[in-house]
Design a protein around this ligand. Sequence first.
Ligand SMILES: *[C@@H]1O[C@H](CO)[C@@H](O)[C@H](O)[C@H]1NC(C)=O
Ligand SMILES: *[C@@H]1O[C@H](CO)[C@@H](O)[C@H](O)[C@H]1NC(C)=O
Ligand SMILES: [Zn+2]
Length: 288
Amino acid sequence: MAHHVNFCVLFFATAVHLVQTVPRIVDLSYKQNRDSVTWPSNPSYNFTQLFRGYSETYKLWLENNHFAMPEHMGTHIDAPVHTVKGMWRTDQIPMENLYGAGVIINVKSKAATNPDYRVTVDDLLMWEEKYGEMPRRAVAIMNSGWSSKYPNKTLVFGSPEPTDISTLHFPSWHEDAVTWLINKRQINAVGVDTPSTDYGMSSTYPCHTLLGKNSVVGIENVANLDNVPESGSTIYIPVLNIADGSGGPARVFATYDDEPNKTNAAAMVTCFTFYLYILAAVLVCYVM
Ligand SMILES: *[C@@H]1O[C@H](CO)[C@@H](O)[C@H](O)[C@H]1NC(C)=O
Ligand SMILES: *[C@@H]1O[C@H](CO)[C@@H](O)[C@H](O)[C@H]1NC(C)=O
Ligand SMILES: [Zn+2]
């Protein structure tokens, strides 16, 4: 009997160990600092130390800074009101609209040869062919490989004159793909690893208008997309809760279970453990 119990305990411990797959977490934001990329003409980042040292007043080490920045700088969101009057401001966006299943659209090879590339409906259909139909209220983000250029403004904006908005070249979404995401998949948020949800050459910003009109959050300058699976993650968009804001910096991050096979193995071991346990119980009953 003691042997059976030991055996069961051993298997049970193994099963518990296997079940404890800690979900992976990936930071999809860049650090905010004076190098943060922002749209030309925005004011610069201001980080000022107010106090750093031993405080005689409080009798402890003390650090305290002031920072100020444009809402649309570094990794940040566009609230729907950013480009469409009357829509949600930052503090009015429901929390339900600030997370969703991660859908990463990989267009790195296309963007490598064409900096004016725009994600098409075909790119979305190819994703679905691979991973199945997109969940509703997802967060779809273009991975164009642009993060390797950040925060060099010449490279990120694809122009030797990054302050002249008529000279910009970087990839983003095509309005037909955004329309498809809104109408066919009830998308929650649409993001890019470039500075805008409209490509660099745009002068009419149709994607911004579509997203705003349909209460869809935009996310710009998303980082580290190579470290998230193209399907199977959950993406969170915890934007600073700025009253009356038109957007704001966000510590965007993704979580995913990186070892579904391990979970299956754990389930098998658990079943096997119960089987052994029953077997032991039956044997004990017959023996005694
Ligand atoms: C930055 O913030 C500090 C602290 O409020 C302020 O004194 C300083 O004038 C600001 N600098 C700029 C360039 O706005
Ligand atoms: C940005 O990239 C350009 C082009 O490669 C290069 O000439 C420039 O030195 C870079 N700037 C910085 C600040 O690294
Ligand atoms: Zn923006």
